[in-house]
Design a protein around this ligand. Structure first.
Ligand code: CUA
Length: 339
């Protein structure tokens, strides 16, 4: 009996200390969506249960190691137990109830988060080796960045033309696979202004690690300005034009170019950009050309037209849709600076 009292005290104390520590740790990045609230609550509940289980198992283990050590010169056999039905039923039924309860909570939260809302902003997300592109069918615009107005419920429709990818924005706490041959759905309401990233969370080939794109949660006003820029109807206030090469550098990162094209001369999936401008390119069909502005433009919007020798036809073919002419010019200007 005294053992049970001691081990109970040990477990309770260990649980309290560990709960204090575990709840003091900031496990997650900022909470940037409405859906994240209930997911974080679930996560916290899991942590609590894990802490209790950890203290229970290790408390009994540690106590036994010290309290039931073999006494000096004690060579006798230990007591023999065959089984204990009560215990076995107990440790089967109790965890079963806990697991079923968590399954119920998880299904409830998932159901709520996927529920269709009215007045949703629809965005078609295309994941392909190794870029993301985002279409806003309501206005017929496309982008390599996912821009979202704050507090607006969004319906993402995920597609993949090649292999399975996974849309994952840790700040939204949401993840959904993009599967070839079918459409998957995700719904969310961004609630915190900021710049985040969508990362691919499914191993999808050579440049999987670099498959990420900006996700920007904007005010309704900023979103409207961006929307008008994409539509080409925005009137720039005086003196706000950006240096093209600087813009190109930003586009190279946000459009995913640097996942496949190095700027230091090293060979990745695609040819390096270092020293590219003005050089002579040899193509798979035996022809060659000088890399001037026209060539670079063509290679961005129609990458299969002249395939550089030694490289495969892997580049996405939709940059004519997802990039504006200003952005393409910026990219070319940026490549020119990489000598
Ligand atoms: Cu796409 Cu990993």
């Amino acid at each position: 009996m005294k053992h049970i009292v001691y081990v109970t005290i040990l477990i309770v104390v260990a649980t309290l200390v560990l709960l204090f520590v575990a709840n003091g740790v900031q496990w997650m990045p900022v909470q940037a969506s409405f859906e994240a609230i209930s997911i974080d609550q679930l996560f916290g509940l899991h942590i609590d249960v894990i802490v209790i289980l950890y203290a229970l198992v290790n408390g009994i283990l540690l106590y036994s190691v010290f309290a039931f050590r073999r006494k000096k010169n004690d060579e006798s056999e230990g007591a023999f137990f065959h089984s204990n039905s009560k215990l076995e039923i107990g440790w089967t039924v109790v965890p079963l109830i806990v697991v079923l309860y968590f399954a119920f909570l998880g299904a409830t939260v998932l159901g709520q988060n996927l529920e269709k809302g009215d007045d949703e902003l629809e965005v078609i997300v295309t994941a392909q080796q190794w870029t993301w592109s985002f279409e806003y069918p309501e206005w017929g615009i496309a982008s390599t960045e996912l821009n979202l107005p704050i507090n607006q419920r969004v319906h993402l429709i995920l597609k993949s033309p090649d292999v399975t990818h996974s849309f994952w924005v840790p700040e939204f706490r949401l993840k959904q696979d993009a599967v070839p041959g079918q459409e998957t759905n995700l719904r969310l309401t961004p609630t915190l202004l900021g710049n985040y990233k969508v990362r691919c969370a499914e191993l999808c080939g050579t440049s999987h690690y670099a498959m990420e794109s900006p996700v920007n949660v904007m005010t309704a006003e900023d979103f409207e300005i961006w929307r008008q820029k994409r539509l080409g109807i925005y009137v720039e206030p005086e003196g706000e034009a950006q240096d093209p090469a600087e813009l190109g550098k930003q586009v190279a990162a946000s459009a995913g170019c640097i996942a496949c094209h190095s700027i230091d001369g090293s060979a990745l999936v695609g040819p390096s950009w270092k020293g590219l401008f003005g050089s002579t390119r040899s193509f798979a069909d035996g022809s060659s050309a000088t890399a001037d502005e026209t060539y670079l433009h063509e290679s961005i919007v129609d990458p299969a037209a002249k395939l550089v020798e030694g490289f495969q036809d892997l580049m996405p073919k939709n940059f004519a849709q997802t990039l504006t002419e200003t952005e393409i010019t910026g990219l070319i200007e940026y490549i020119k600076t990489l000598q």
